[in-house]
Design a protein around this ligand. Structure first.
Ligand code: ADP
Length: 678
């Protein structure tokens, strides 16, 4: 039918049907499309929603439920602000407010709180439909991305911190894009401002180089690119304010799959501190070497000086025992005293330099306190008698007689203190006092003090006299002589035993120098009874005529020493035969021919030294018990032990003193009398 009621023709009807058919198809397509779209929306992993401007969702897809864990009912029944992280609410409102007719689309990010309390990062695109004032929005869960980014940031932070600690900066350079990236630490090292994409960065970097280093670096980089090999370089960098740093840099080529260099990567380490330490170590080593050279020089020099001095002291000693007129005796005494003083000075300087170089080691051996202190006092008795000063040795009863320590060094300190006391005392007394301060089962803490009634020391000088080469005032040398080394050496020696030299002194009244040392006790023998006493002068040893007809071999390269030893031996044993040999090698040969009863053996000799010669001699069975006495310079540590290790029977230190040589000769010749007189 037509509109006006007329009937449609068949053709018209067919066309109408076709049109309706088409309409139906379109509608069906549309319906299918909507169904498909709904399907997409429903199945989308993203969160799709429609919300009103009163903060309520109108529609939410399954993505919401899946991501947030709330049911659709929960999501639709509560304002969407309930699900947003409180800290992000303000930001979200501000974003939503931006949605206007003119700007209907916004992109933003915020965090939602899932039903289980976990956080989810959402990236939104929202659109305002101005016709119905509804917001159509879609969000993507970017939690994983954000977490990864956070991790990246934190590892970058850690890397930066690690670089800071290690003082290592890193860089990479893309050859294609010419992009250069520096780590924070690298900017710190070069003290260049960190500006992103700074086109002048490489130029600024090179400006810190010296022209030669800059040229070398460019060459190295070119070589790395051309030959695909890493490079290394250590150089200085010159920064503002004349600051100089040392850096060590390395670079490696980065290759693509086709083996082309596409980038360079590298690190730069700030090694300024290390360089400084290296330089300090080098300077220290140099100073140590110089110090060693100085000590060696002093040791050699003192040996060279000591040898002729021994001659002077020895011969003047001998001469003094012969008859002279008064004047001659006085001159001779002066020569003898001067030589002895010179010897003391040399010994002091040598000791001082040895202590300074840390080369002086203490030896531990049994010390008989009574014997040692008596020996020391004996050294001063003559002068004390001469000056009419009372010389007193007092050892308190509780002091153990036998202790373990370095007797030579203990003697040296006490002799120093007593000779000072003697030097500066003109009336009254000098007293060596030994007492025990503390005692345990194994240790005895002993106090030694040297008290005098001498000139005393002014308060202002009491500290400085312990310094090396310092005397109480500059008139001291003129009036009393000395080098100002004695107290310094004594203090240094005591420091090796963790002890200290102390002083009480009253100017014009007298002084007391004292120290305490902890010694290991030796419970071998019972304590003796020791009372305060004035020392009597010992009688000289008598000549023993029973030692006649012996053969004594003297092995000594120095002619003066040889003459001295020979003279001394002849003085002790008037009719013995002396065989003179000038080196160790000849001694080994001649000993078999000469068959001596005793050998006096110098240590330092050309061709073969005394140690080696003794070893050789001892290899021969018949000389197993032959007394071989070392004549040592007595300056080196462990010399005595070394003598014994090399098979020597005994030793005497130079300068050789008649009484000591006498004792040793008597001891060994008498001991072997039976064997040698057979
Ligand atoms: P020196 O070789 O000059 O004696 P020391 O180091 O042994 O060197 O002594 C340093 C200075 O201390 C002496 O020069 C002297 O002025 C002062 N002195 C040391 N002992 C005494 C003492 N018993 N009485 C007075 N002065 C002393």
């Amino acid at each position: 039918m037509k509109k006006n009621g007329e009937a449609l023709s068949y053709e018209e009807l067919l066309q109408k049907v076709a049109e309706q058919q088409l309409q139906i198809t379109i509608l069906e397509d549309e319906k299918n499309a909507i169904t498909n779209f709904e399907y997409f929306v429903k199945e989308s992993p993203d969160l799709v929603c429609i919300a009103d401007t009163d903060s309520y969702y109108k529609v939410v897809n399954d993505g919401f439920v899946k991501v947030l864990g709330y049911s659709k009912e929960e999501l639709l029944s509560r304002p969407f602000t309930d699900f947003i992280h409180p800290d992000d609410l303000e930001k979200t409102f501000a974003e939503v407010k931006l949605l206007t007719k003119n700007s209907p689309t916004i992109d933003f990010e915020n965090r939602y709180v899932k039903k289980n309390g976990q956080l989810v990062f959402l990236q939104w695109r929202a659109n305002l439909n101005t016709s119905n004032n509804l917001i159509y929005a879609i969000a993507r869960d970017i939690t994983e991305i954000r977490r990864t980014q956070e991790k990246l940031l934190s590892s970058e932070k850690s890397l930066n911190e690690a670089q800071k600690i290690a003082k290592i900066g890193s860089w990479d350079f893309n050859l294609m894009t010419q992009e250069l990236n520096w780590s924070n630490e690298l900017y710190e090292i070069f003290e260049i401002e960190n500006k992103p994409n700074d086109p002048k960065l490489y130029a600024k970097y090179l400006s810190c180089f010296s022209p030669e280093d800059g040229e070398e670096l460019n060459k190295k980089i070119a070589n790395t690119i051309a030959n695909k090999v890493p490079y290394e370089m250590e150089h200085r960098i010159f920064l503002t304010d004349n600051k100089i740093k040392w850096v060590f840099c390395t670079g490696v080529p980065i290759l693509d799959k086709k083996n082309n260099v596409v980038a360079l990567k590298g690190v730069v380490q700030n090694i300024t501190q290390k360089k400084l330490i290296d330089d300090t170590i080098k300077a220290k080593e140099k100073a140590e070497a110089a110090n060693k050279a100085k000590s060696d020089f002093l040791a050699n020099m003192s040996h060279e000086i000591r040898t002729p001095l021994n001659g002077i002291v020895g011969f003047t000693d001998l001469l003094l025992k012969t008859t002279f007129d008064k004047d001659q005796l006085e001159y001779l005494n002066t020569v003898n005293e001067s030589a002895s003083t010179l010897m003391d000075i040399i010994n002091n300087i040598l000791d001082f330099s040895k202590i300074e170089a840390g080369k002086l080691e203490l030896i531990y051996e049994e010390i008989d306190v009574v014997e040692l202190t008596n020996q020391i006092i004996n050294l001063f008795k003559y002068e004390a008698n001469h000056k009419k000063i009372d010389l007193i040795l007092h050892i308190e009863k509780n002091v153990p007689q036998y202790i373990l320590g370095d007797s030579f060094r203990l003697k040296q300190i006490l002799v120093n203190l007593l000779s000072n006391a003697m030097k500066f005392t003109f009336s009254g007394h000098i007293k060596l006092n030994v007492s025990q301060e503390e005692e345990s089962e194994l240790i005895s803490k002993i106090k030694f003090s040297v008290i005098d009634t001498g000139i005393g020391i002014k308060v202002q000088n009491q500290n400085k006299i312990f310094q090396s080469f310092v005397q109480a005032d500059n008139t001291t040398t003129r009036r009393y002589g000395g080098t100002g080394l004695g107290l310094a050496i004594s203090s240094k020696l005591l420091a090796l035993k963790k002890s200290e030299l102390k002083l009480y002194s009253s100017y014009g009244v007298g002084s007391e120098f004292f120290f305490t040392i902890s010694f290991e006790k030796i419970s071998k023998k019972q304590n003796r009874k020791m009372d305060e006493k004035k020392i009597k002068i010992e009688k000289p040893a008598k000549t023993d005529n029973t030692l006649a007809n012996y053969r004594i071999m003297i092995v000594e390269d120095n002619k003066i020493n040889m003459l001295l030893v020979k003279t001394l031996v002849n003085k002790i044993i008037s009719n013995c035969t002396i065989v003179e040999v000038s080196n160790g090698f000849d001694a080994v040969l001649l000993v078999q021919k000469e068959m001596p009863d005793l050998v006096l053996m110098d240590i330092q000799m050309p061709i073969q030294n005394g140690y080696d010669a003794t070893l050789e001699i001892r290899k021969l069975e018949k000389f197993k018990d032959l007394p071989i006495i070392a004549l040592t310079a007595g300056v080196l540590n462990g010399e005595k032990e070394k003598c014994m290790e090399h098979g020597m029977s005994d030793y005497i230190t130079k300068p050789i003193v008649l009484s000591e040589l006498e004792k040793v000769l008597f001891k060994w010749l008498k001991k072997n009398r039976k064997i040698f007189t057979l």
